[in-house]
Write a protein that binds this ligand. Structure first.
Ligand SMILES: [Zn+2]
Ligand SMILES: [Zn+2]
Length: 338
């Protein structure tokens, strides 16, 4: 098959690679209908993560089941499926506790920007739609494979409650989905921290009541003002940098929780402030499968349209341009079509 590969920082190619095959009886092979580039793909692209030269890249895709292993019972060839970026059996002790992202049989999508992807634990991971979904729904279904579920997880971890104030740090696709999640959960006020006009617009469409363009101490001071000096009832940290985490703790009211889902890079926690203000930290890698049935319902009913985060669609063969566009912030999130 042809798939997107990474050879070195900044070196993305679309080339011939071996077809993924059924390796375990619980596997399935999915023919990718749409894939996309994730903010976390930019970490290796920018040289911040180790690269296995020539390996396929991409962990977000939706598609049609092409082949299943002997033990796969619930998913059938021909099903249109949403593929969570992390695969889980949905039966082990951690899955049953709602932490599918720590499944004892955890696997990951590794060629979501290619023509085919292998899914380990197909029955526990894949969620099928009733027939082929309308083309218009594909971007929103694709958003469920990671960013929407991750934004939702941030809101759950932060304890967003009806009527409360939520602050979302980060205006990438996950942050924007965090805004959508907080507003779906009934937050009375959702404050989005965003500097980019096009993203501010999506944040408002997703339910942000306020947008704060300033960052760092300046932004923190504005949020203090907006909350009458109290701070936010819930804070969603959707970036993963030290600055974003510092801001998250600075705007969290005493007794609240920061929900973090940005993959941490160089983060040092302000433990003294956490102690003095009784501010907690919860979250981590999103257990996508836990939220999928509910989120799928919301997409199919039209309650949410997280697919709005995609502002550039390219053929998969032009994946390298997609990476450049996201790296240079010309695009929020890029959808790739095989
Ligand atoms: Zn992702
Ligand atoms: Zn499990």
């Amino acid at each position: 098959m042809r798939a997107t590969t990474i050879h070195a920082p900044g070196d993305i190619r679309f080339e011939e690679v071996p077809d993924p095959r059924i390796e375990a009886p619980t596997d399935a092979i999915v023919k990718v209908v749409a894939g996309c580039i994730c903010g976390s793909d930019l970490w290796p692209y920018r040289g911040h993560n180790d690269i296995d030269a020539g390996s396929t890249i991409g962990h977000e895709c939706v598609g049609v089941v092409e082949e299943v292993g002997a033990d796969v019972k619930d998913v059938r060839v021909g099903d249109f499926v949403v593929v969570p970026f992390c695969h889980s059996d949905n039966t082990c002790v951690h899955c049953r506790a709602g932490v599918q992202s720590a499944c004892t049989g955890l696997g990951f999508t590794t060629s979501g920007q290619g023509e085919y992807a292998r899914v380990t634990q197909a029955d526990g991971s894949l969620v099928a739609t009733d027939g082929m979904p309308h083309e218009k729904l594909i971007p929103s279904l694709l958003a469920l494979t990671d960013v929407m579920a991750t934004g939702w997880h941030a809101a759950v971890a932060a304890g967003v409650r009806p009527g409360g104030t939520a602050v979302v740090v980060g205006d990438g696709a996950v942050g924007l989905c965090g805004v959508l999640a907080a507003s779906q959960m009934g937050a009375g006020r959702v404050i989005a921290m965003s500097r980019h006009e096009s993203r501010q617009e999506i944040a408002r469409a997703f339910g942000a009541s306020d947008v704060v363009a300033e960052r760092g101490e300046e932004g923190e001071a504005i949020i203090a003002e907006l909350t009458q000096g109290v701070g936010a009832d819930a804070v969603l940290e959707c970036v993963g940098t030290d600055g974003a985490m510092k801001t998250a703790f600075a705007v969290a009211r005493p007794g609240s929780t920061v929900g973090f889902v940005g993959v941490p890079h160089g983060v040092e926690l302000p433990v003294r402030r956490m102690f003095q203000k009784n501010v907690g930290l919860a979250g981590g890698m999103a257990p996508v499968r836990r939220y999928l049935p509910d989120l799928l319902e919301r997409v199919l009913s039209g309650a949410i349209d997280p697919g709005r985060v995609f502002d550039l669609t390219l053929p998969m063969a032009e994946a390298a341009e997609g990476y450049r566009a996201m790296d240079e912030r010309r695009a929020t999130k890029v959808l790739l079509q095989p």
